[in-house]
Design a protein around this ligand. Structure first.
Ligand code: IPE
Ligand code: IPE
Ligand code: MG
Length: 223
């Protein structure tokens, strides 16, 4: 079984375009799917689910889209706090929070604190996340603590220090690239790419991927 699944939730814009709708509609539909897939991951016995929701590069999108995504994130958190409570989900974030509004940071912190003891599954939202940015911040942290630069110390300085490396990395939406996501933590992840657009990605496809994961031989460089 994979302990940690990470998903690049891509394809919201194309999902909307196919239906002649605004991109924002696709993002709304995508946000709804987060709950569906989180519940499926719990059913499957996954312990950590990391979801790429907003990259350090996504700020370069039109201002109106960025503003919509920020509001959607706040709305999502307002609504999901209850789901976390009900389902025993611990909520975490990775990424550089310093660029977010005070109200958003406060909301995130309060949900994190409130759900810290939940054990069923840890749902990690990657927001204003970029792997290169994360590694640079980790190196600065190591320096400031006078830690010797080695793999162990870098790992514990990353935003992801609290969780194991990625077992399964999934990208929806048909593109075959990592787009600056979890470069360090995915060094030995099994990769899965699907053409399915994120709002259409459901439990059935996730479970098929998990079945395939179980058949893959992970050698970690050994023979
Ligand atoms: C992913 O969907 C969500 C975010 C990056 C916020 P996109 O918005 O990238 O959708 P496509 O790739 O344009 O279809
Ligand atoms: C990756 O999708 C980021 C998220 C899903 C949050 P993008 O749509 O931003 O990636 P590129 O630009 O196609 O590489
Ligand atoms: Mg995209």
């Amino acid at each position: 079984m994979p302990r940690h699944i990470a998903i690049i939730m891509d394809g919201n814009g194309r999902w909307a375009k196919e239906r002649s709708k605004a991109r924002s509609k696709g993002h709304e539909e995508g946000a709804k799917n987060v709950r569906t897939i989180t519940e499926s991951a719990i059913k499957a016995g996954v312990k950590y689910l990391t979801l790429y929701a907003f990259s350090t590069e996504n700020w370069a999108r039109p201002k109106s889209e960025v503003e919509f995504l920020m509001k959607l994130l706040e709305r999502y958190l307002d609504k999901e706090a209850e789901t976390y409570r009900k389902n025993g989900i611990r909520f975490e974030v990775i990424g550089d929070m310093s660029r977010f509004s005070d109200s958003l940071v406060k909301k995130i912190e309060s949900i994190r604190a409130e759900t810290a003891k939940n054990k069923k599954l840890t749902q990690v939202l990657a927001i204003n996340y970029g792997a290169k940015d994360e590694i640079v911040r980790a190196v600065k942290k190591m320096q400031s603590l006078s830690l010797e630069p080695n793999e162990q110390n870098l790992s514990i300085s990353l935003d992801t220090a609290f969780m194991p490396d990625v077992d399964m990395l999934i990208r929806t939406g048909g593109d075959m690239r990592l787009s600056n996501f979890m470069l360090w933590q995915s060094a030995y992840a099994e990769l899965f790419f699907t053409k399915t657009l994120w709002p259409d990605f459901g439990e059935e496809e996730l479970f098929l991927m998990i079945e395939e994961f179980k058949t893959r031989e992970r050698r970690f460089g050994r023979v």
